[in-house]
Design a protein around this ligand. Structure first.
Ligand code: NDP
Length: 296
């Protein structure tokens, strides 16, 4: 398959590397250097100069950008994606985007004979490197079947959630729960630490009890207790995701008092910590406020 890949960020880069190992791949990035370095490091891939160039001759184009706004921003103009994409090709959007924008993009592409599937992912860079991401898709059954072949190099599980936008809805709900989990677990663990319970003991017992989660089982032991804090996913992106969930809840007229509050907290933390903060940095804020460190 001939693929184009736009967006060599923290997760896009390992996804593209998996694609380069099995397909002819062109890569484009807003800042040229990561794409030039990628093409050097991954034989068989080439550095495309523009979105049009990345799409030229491709059976499928993958986008992995911060939000749907950046995806829409890439479509138009003489050097835009649509100037390069051929009728019969497919745009697989792995951005954690929003359902309404995806429906709008899909509608535009359909008039040009180009298929669209929203295909956001979960798993983070470590699972992208291993080709073990979960991909949640929105589109017709036929188009999701095509998209499944496109994402196969980096996906262990691909599920069709419904029509266009359903993948983004699913992803927003997942990350709203992730955000709430990080915030609530930080509160619980610093409280226990101040009450004299060792963080490692608290996490061990939680993970053998009903309050456990991915955050308590993986993120806290691997990154917080060890004090390694790798920067793999920006808090700004998590805040964007819980915001998409909140908008979706309003759209379907469902009250979300708990997740809505978590969204407000994330928004305030993003403003306080800045655009490059990691999604686990709110745990540091909770530590500092309580005057304890969750290490051990
Ligand atoms: P990063 O912030 O690491 O990278 C963002 C990428 O988008 C960069 O390639 C950046 O280019 C590019 N970009 C930013 N603005 C524009 C623009 N206006 N036009 C064109 N390109 C632009 O993000 P991630 O790779 O972490 O995330 C990408 C998507 O995947 C997001 O939707 C995120 O929510 C989602 N995601 C991320 C996960 C993770 O663990 N990191 C896990 C699951 C989903 P440049 O290099 O020039 O800045």
């Amino acid at each position: 398959m001939r693929l184009g890949f736009a967006g060599l960020g923290a997760i896009g880069t390992p996804m593209a590397a998996r694609c380069a190992a099995v397909h002819q791949l062109a890569v484009w990035n807003r800042t040229a250097q990561p794409a030039a370095e990628f093409a050097k490091a991954n034989p068989g891939s080439r550095h495309a100069a523009t979105p049009r160039d990345v799409a030229q001759g491709a059976d499928a184009v993958i986008t992995c950008l911060p939000t749907s706004a950046e995806v829409e921003g890439l479509l138009d103009g003489p050097e835009g994606l649509l100037a390069g994409m051929a009728p019969g090709s497919i745009l697989v959007d792995c951005t954690s985007g929003d359902p309404a924008s995806s429906r709008r993009i899909a509608g535009r592409l359909a008039t040009l004979g180009i298929a669209f599937v929203d295909a956001p992912l979960s798993g983070g860079p470590p699972l992208a490197i291993q080709g073990k991401l979960t991909v949640m898709c929105g589109g017709s059954p036929e188009e999701v079947a095509r998209a499944s072949l496109v994402v196969a190099p980096f996906a262990a599980k691909v599920v069709r959630m419904g029509p266009v936008g359903a993948g983004h809805a699913m992803k927003a709900a997942n990350n709203a729960l992730l955000a709430a989990n990080i915030l609530t677990l930080a509160e619980a663990l610093v409280t226990l630490a101040k009450a004299g319970i060792a963080p490692r003991d608290a996490v061990d017992v939680l993970n053998a009890s009903s309050g456990r989660s991915f955050v308590s089982e993986v993120l806290i032991p691997d990154r917080v207790l060890t004090g390694t804090w790798p920067r793999l996913f920006r808090l700004a992106l998590l805040e964007k995701d819980i915001g998409i969930f909140h908008d979706l809840a309003r759209e379907v007229a469902v009250a979300d008092p708990v997740l809505g509050f978590s969204r407000d907290q994330c928004r305030a933390l993003r403003a306080e910590l800045g655009e490059s903060a990691d999604y686990l940095d709110p745990i540091r804020v909770a530590e500092q406020a309580a005057g304890v460190e969750l290490r051990g």
